[in-house]
Design a protein around this ligand. Structure first.
Ligand SMILES: Cc1cc2nc3c(=O)[nH]c(=O)nc-3n(C[C@H](O)[C@H](O)[C@H](O)COP(=O)(O)O)c2cc1C
Length: 147
């Protein structure tokens, strides 16, 4: 994946009045996305269903965030957190995501996630926090090339 494309620096606005919804199987493979999810991620729903949810993982996201997400789900709890996602054109969008189990007759069958927009100040705060977390964990650093 090429990150030094000009789209990498371009943010897509998340609509205030629509929810971005996806569901996965218990291993994190996408089973459903709504139209808003498809549009904002730049993929079609056919391209997304059947793919692991990390298809939209942004390189700025520290692994620790997702480790905590999966641990929380495995404890049977709901997880909420700030996520920067990467579009198909390498552009990005920030959301607050809530992830939880889908139960059928008391049995955990899938996971679902609902995302909403966040404030500009929150994006700045979490960009800084995640940059620091990646640095501490010796994960990939962000190098932006201007063309
Ligand atoms: C319902 C659900 C929704 C998820 N939504 C996202 C998401 O929007 N962006 C993301 O990067 N990971 C999301 N994840 C986590 C991914 O499954 C994955 O753990 C993450 O992208 C990190 O990739 P990795 O586990 O391969 O390191 C979601 C997981 C579940 C169960």
């Amino acid at each position: 994946m090429e990150y030094n494309r000009s789209e990498f620096l371009i943010e897509t606005a998340v609509p205030e009045d629509e929810l971005i919804i996806s569901r996965t199987d218990l291993t994190g493979v996408i089973t459903y996305v709504n139209e808003t999810f498809a549009q904002i991620s730049g993929y079609t729903s056919a391209e997304l269903v059947g793919k692991p949810h990390n298809i939209i993982r942004h390189p700025d996201m520290p692994s620790e965030v997702f480790k905590e997400l999966w641990q929380t789900l495995q404890e049977g709890k709901k997880w909420g957190g700030f996520i920067k996602n990467m579009r198909s054109d390498t552009g990005f969008y920030w959301v607050y995501a809530e992830v939880s189990g889908v139960f059928k007759e008391g049995e955990l069958v899938e996971y679902k996630s609902i995302r909403t927009p966040i404030r500009y100040e929150e994006k700045l705060e979490y960009q800084k926090l995640y940059d620091a977390m990646r640095l501490k964990a010796k994960e990939r650093r962000r190098i932006v090339k201007y063309m």
